[in-house]
Design a protein around this ligand. Sequence first.
Ligand code: PLP
Length: 631
Amino acid sequence: EKLYGVKRWGAGYFEIGPNGNLHITPDQANPDMRIDMRAVIEEIKEEGIQFPVVLRFHDILRSQVAALNEAFISTIEEAEYQGRYQGVYPVKVNQMREVVEEIVDAGAPYDYGLEAGSKAELLSVLAYNTNPESLTILNGYKDEEFMRLALLARKLGRRIIVVIEKFSELLLLVRLAKQLDIKPLVGLRSKMTVKGRGKWEGSGGDRAKFGLTISEIIKAARYLESEGMGDCFKLLHFHIGSQLTDIRAVKEAINEGARIYAELYRMGFELEYVDAGGGLGIDYDGSQSTSDSSRNYSMSEYVADIVFGMKEVCDLEGVPHPNLVTESGRAITAHHSCVITEIVGEIRANSAEVDTVAVEGEHYLVKNMRELAETVMSQNNFQEIFNDASQWKEQAMDAFKLRVVSLEELGKIETLYWRTMVGLQKRLKAEEFVPEELQELDYNLSAQYLCNFSVFQSAADTWAIEQVLPVVPVSRMNEEPTENCSLVDITCDSDGKIDQFVMSGGITDVIPMHTLKPGEDYYLGLFLTGAYQDVMGDMHNLFGRLNEVHVFSHDDDPQDFYIEEFVKGSSVEDVLSIMQYNPQFMAQTVKREIDRKISEGTMQPREGVKWTDFYEDCLSGYTYLKRARQV
Ligand code: PLP
């Protein structure tokens, strides 16, 4: 447990059980609940569902919705804050219908609403956020259709607030509202001078993509007033970035936002809401620090800084406490899903050896390398051994290209080189000081475990922005992991790999895993993938969406679970159709060719039928590898 830092990033949801398997406690209000991940995997196998799979724990979603809302409720009470909390979930963080439905359902007692940032998202939230008390917040750039949809929602009695990102949107909204005679609720998004710190800090500052400058906010408010719609201005919005790593940025943003709100109020605009956007971070690496993959605060600290920060400014300025809105998506969804994949093979530079016995007349490079390999365990000049071996390996390749060294000799040199490196690695283990170049030996000699998944589909941010996500074997954690590995996926792309790992001592480029046992499956979990990763992936190499399994805990037996739903991932036909292929035409074409071979007599009819069926089965099958580990 300590090795992989599970407790630190697991946020109370994940831990390693006494049997060495990963356990999940999906509802923090019910700590007796404990689901054994290995048991879930066994059930998935029994049901014939293919890996990789996304496991969704809806109880975790519900637990996070409750935790955030309860944190606001208790802090508001403690602070004697006069407004209420009315959060919204930004669907862009995970738009899966089941996720949105669960969040809406869990949020109903709190009038928790939804946020949309595009027309498609707006169409979905219109259908899924039907509680007239909860808010619907509309961000992002908007066209006429978008505005009309927002006005339709007003007509239906929804509390839908159009947040203006640029001034021209307001002109459009006012024109349509007058035309249709519907009163809109308007929010203005402020471009903040406070910049968050971390990967998304560009959301704040003068060059921020969204929002109005102070002059534009004043101009927009006055424009509404001049159109007789000053009372439609209901909300001040700001968002300084996702995954805020440093709590100071939150405090500064609240202070700046509260001042703007107070001044606007005193100018005669009686706003009802201040919306502090998203930003509540996740401790992906368990360091509780300001590293890009962590945060130096807790959910309750974040909530307290918003509530008390807003109260302090409002009381000083003598204006009412506004209702508070936040748009946390990452914090609501990150923990609830993970990707389970199995190792389907391993790749090692030194996996194959050739016979290296000396032969008459062999090239001197072979002789030299053999001498190194034989003496490495008794010499202490480590750097010199490394330099000589590396140089001779390079020279051997040049000599091979010049036809001076044969292919067999090159094979011997390679074998002896890796033996020398393994020897060096063993010797260096006992050394206190390891020269810089030699520190890479561990990495170079580590295995690459081949995982049945696509980084581009299931962990896009690890590739795109070097986001760190915890990876942990699902079982055998009571055995010492002796293999230092990096992980590679099954795409034909060298970027399809994970080589940053969350370990208890910090981020490493290799992760200790267990040796693969012949005939025994070895499963890995990629955790905290519920926010963004679940929905941002692409179909690189035509690897499609994953099979999804929704796991629930039993109310009457906290140690038990059941699979409530299986959502089939993309079939090969599905992904080909998206790329404009016609799978039916493809099947007919192949069948025609097979028929021709049958009529020519080069294929038996029975065999032809088998091949035709096989091709069609593959078309309707899963895009990932069928279980096929060869160890
Ligand atoms: N609201 C807005 C306007 C955003 O741009 C984002 C994401 O960047 C969010 C909410 C979600 O924030 P988070 O990812 O911190 O939950």
